[in-house]
Design a protein around this ligand. Structure first.
Ligand SMILES: *[C@@H]1O[C@H](CO)[C@@H](O)[C@H](O)[C@H]1NC(C)=O
Ligand SMILES: *[C@@H]1O[C@H](CO)[C@@H](O)[C@H](O)[C@H]1NC(C)=O
Length: 334
């Protein structure tokens, strides 16, 4: 019912905008109808709701009430060096329902866990991943910059496959965060799902880039997916500071932010057929959760790092959240 309302609003807006631009009723009608047909033909349906539920509200882990999942961000970057096997084990030990892991590629195309495009922030090496072969990356100390590096010496950058095996062994749900490389990521993940079919019921592929999600579903429509979004992300950094000093550029990016936000909430989620929407926690309210629930989409909040906040999302809103620490309050890691 509401979905019909969505469509009417969407195509009315497009109709009016095109009409103002072209001033031709024939062209406007033709364009609007073409867009409608295009979306209807090329969109992906959501995976069955019961399978999405298994991934988002599993009956497992210390929080395994079938209700709210607590997901360790980058494996729980506050409690252990992010995106390492040690972090995955620590998250499991501390009762996480699952882990969020970042997928990147070495220069020679090996899928690995890494958040940034360079190794500088987390390891004792330097330079971009596009310039480092896997064998060189493997020599680095993945705990070098962590506050608890003494407890986690000998930690290496894991391959995607090693990390997934560890998660399966520990029965952790996996939120794969894919930043870029849509084609390579879709191929690597597809191979992984074929090799470990249990992942269809225990993992979700997430991205800020609709293109990544669309590509993933093209290569394997059975994978559960989510779009990740932070309103004003084009014009502002994670800490709220403006991204650009030029006022012209700032205004232009702010306008694009409005368009992107609108597209996420009205068009892209349907086009990609996502089962969940991962949004920066400050934008989540009961109304917001209801908006998505009416569309069969779950809201997941990130990054929720204090006890008081966790209680709010867990008890009041009853939605999943992604956190940097399962054990104590900490500052967000952007
Ligand atoms: C980084 O640390 C590892 C382990 O201690 C060491 O083997 C390696 O040589 C170091 N690499 C650099 C570039 O410092
Ligand atoms: C996933 O769960 C469904 C039940 O919803 C089950 O029928 C199916 O066999 C499971 N698939 C795998 C690969 O475990």
């Amino acid at each position: 019912m509401l979905q019909l309302g969505d469509e009417v609003t969407l195509y009315s807006v497009i109709f009016v905008v095109v009409l103002l631009g072209t001033r031709s009723a024939v062209w406007t009608t033709a364009l609007t109808v073409s867009l409608y047909v295009f979306v209807a033909v090329f969109r992906f349906p959501q995976v069955p709701a019961d399978r999405a539920k298994q991934v988002l509200h599993p009956d497992r882990g210390a929080y395994g009430t079938g209700k709210v999942s607590a997901i360790a961000h980058r494996g729980g970057g506050h409690d252990a060096p992010e995106n390492t096997l040690a972090a995955i084990r620590e998250a499991s030990k501390n009762g996480a329902t699952g882990v969020e892991l970042d997928l990147q590629f070495s220069a020679d195309g090996v899928p690995i866990l890494m958040h940034d495009e360079t190794v500088d922030r987390t390891t004792n090496g330097s330079g971009p991943l596009t310039k480092s072969s896997f064998s060189n990356l493997r020599k680095l100390d993945a705990a070098a910059k962590h506050r608890l590096r003494r407890q986690f010496s000998e930690e290496k950058i894991p391959t995607l496959e090693e990390a997934v095996e560890e998660c399966i062994r520990l029965q952790l749900i996996i939120y794969f965060d894919v930043k870029s490389h849509p084609n390579e990521a879709a191929a690597a993940l597809k191979a992984l799902y074929k090799k470990n079919p249990g992942l269809y019921n225990s993992s979700i592929v997430c991205s800020f880039e609709p293109k990544v999600i669309y590509r993933m579903r093209q290569s394997d429509p059975d994978v559960v997916t989510a779009l990740t979004h932070r309103p004003w992300s084009l014009s502002h950094l994670g800490d709220g500071a403006p991204r650009f000093t030029s006022p012209w550029k700032h205004s232009w990016m702010t306008l694009l932010d409005v368009v992107l936000d609108w597209a996420h909430h009205h068009l892209l989620w349907r086009f990609c057929g996502v089962s969940a929407f991962l949004i920066q926690k400050n934008f989540v309210s009961q109304d917001y959760v209801d908006y998505w629930a009416q569309r069969g989409v779950e809201v997941v909040a990130w990054t929720v790092n204090t006890k008081v906040e966790k209680e709010y999302y867990q008890e009041l809103l009853q939605i999943n959240y992604i956190t940097d620490s399962l054990v104590e309050d900490c500052d967000p890691h952007y």
